[in-house]
Design a binder for this molecule. Structure first.
Ligand code: FES
Ligand SMILES: [Fe+2]
Length: 416
């Protein structure tokens, strides 16, 4: 576990000063203060993470009433659960009596959540069902002590949550990329594999690494052999144009080439970031696998390969890279000042059978491999930025322009 020394002279005034100084250096990497300050970390959770739409789970993980999975963010745990009426809820796993966790297992099926401490009982929608002997307290109302809840938005089989009751709805933003997302038929898809990669680095270092592909040619040999995005636009425009010209016909999917950017500074409402664009694999490669060979049956309404992949953003911390035969979801979750969970979820067609229609190792090879490379560079990056003599350098204006936009958006969220 990386230990970051506490800044004993940290203060809201210093935070405001650092934000102002960073705003005066657009196009430069972030001051190490933003990776080291506990005050910043607290404020980020309040002002960014708990106000944003976050991917929590896939509907297939909670198919029946009582099914639940837990989503751990920062020091919190949120229970994503389906009630008897079929509705999905996001319940804070914190007893309303004296705060014990009411559920320990990461997934399962329950009729109720019973706090192990003094036995208060909660229903699947979070409402308090029983609180032993609390009738002794005058004015105690069961209705006042349900588990706290976040909001849920189920879209194309993906369950998103938002802990801010006043947050803008996510659906209108998602609809802007819906035509490109729907053809994968994610509601009927199956989670073939998921894995959490815990990286000992601040979440912004992990995210910034995802937002740029300047590092792809040097850090990701296998990925860079397949994906043209590792080159700047003008260098791969011809293969992109060719792919876009044949995409609809070869995939059988109208709308597959939709290009829409509404993320970070361009987001219409806070925490509702979305984008989609289709980018090309190099000629001869069909999907994101070893050698670019198909690794699973075609998804949803796809009828063929166009040599392209759908690149999505769904909220500020979630991305998908969708190939015609499988989809790869990437989620970044802050877990501490120098700890981030990078979770990858691999989706295949709902009726695909492991061992017959797909091989799990072949399916996950590319992104497992690429993520291990990322873990390595992000951890090195973290060690460097936390060094005494670190001085932030300039982002590359072409390759790292989204990082510049992310930093501007981030500073505005931190100190409006
Ligand atoms: S803390 Fe849960 S019942 Fe007391
Ligand atoms: Fe990477």
């Amino acid at each position: 576990m990386t230990v970051i020394a506490t800044m004993v002279d940290d203060s809201p005034a210093l935070l405001a000063e650092k934000v102002a100084a960073q705003r005066n250096r657009p196009g430069y990497a972030m001051d190490p203060y933003f990776y080291r300050s506990h005050l910043v970390h607290e404020r980020e959770l309040d002002a960014i993470v708990y106000r944003s739409w976050l991917y929590a789970a896939h509907v297939s993980q909670v198919p029946k009433p009582g099914d639940y999975v837990q989503f751990e963010i920062g020091e919190d745990a949120i229970i994503i659960c389906r009630d008897e009426a079929g509705e999905v809820h996001a319940l804070m796993n914190i007893c309303r009596h004296r705060g014990a966790r009411v559920c320990e297992e990461k997934r399962g099926n329950r009729k109720t959540f019973v706090c192990p401490y003094h036995g208060w009982v909660y229903k699947l929608d979070g409402s308090l069902k029983a609180a032993r002997a609390m009738g002794a307290l005058e004015g105690f109302e069961m209705a006042d002590y349900g588990l706290k809840r976040g909001r849920c938005c189920v879209y194309e089989g993906l369950i998103f949550i938002n802990c801010d009751p006043d947050a803008a709805d996510f659906e209108p933003a998602l609809d802007t990329v819906g035509a490109a997302l729907a053809p994968y038929d994610l509601p009927a898809a199956k989670v073939a594999h998921s894995q959490v990669y815990r990286v000992e680095a601040n979440w912004k270092l992990a995210l910034e690494n995802y937002l740029e592909c300047y590092h792809c040619a040097t850090a990701h040999r296998a990925y860079a052999k397949l994906h043209s995005i590792q080159d700047l636009d003008d260098r791969h425009s011809e293969i992109t144009d060719n792919m876009l010209a044949r995409a609809e016909e070869q995939t059988g999917v109208p709308g597959v080439t939709l290009n829409h950017y509404q993320a970070y500074s361009s987001s219409k409402a806070f925490g509702t970031d979305v984008y989609h664009s289709r980018y090309a694999l190099y000629d001869g490669f069909l999907t994101g696998s070893d050698g670019g060979r198909p690794v699973a049956p075609l998804m949803g309404r796809f009828t063929g390969y166009d040599g392209g992949a759908g690149d999505f953003q769904l909220g500020p911390l979630c991305f998908m890279l969708n190939y015609p035969d499988h989809c790869v979801l990437y989620r970044f979750t802050p877990r501490g000042i120098a700890a981030t969970d990078m979770e990858i979820v691999w989706f295949v067609r709902g009726d695909a059978e492991e061992g017959k229609d797909y091989d799990r190792d072949a399916l996950t090879w590319l992104w497992h491999h690429t993520t291990q490379e990322d873990e390595y560079i992000i951890t090195r990056n973290s060690a460097g930025v936390n060094s005494h003599f670190f001085e932030p350098g300039p982002y590359n204006p072409g390759y790292e322009s989204i990082c510049t936009d992310f930093v501007a958006w981030y500073l505005n969220a931190l100190v409006p």
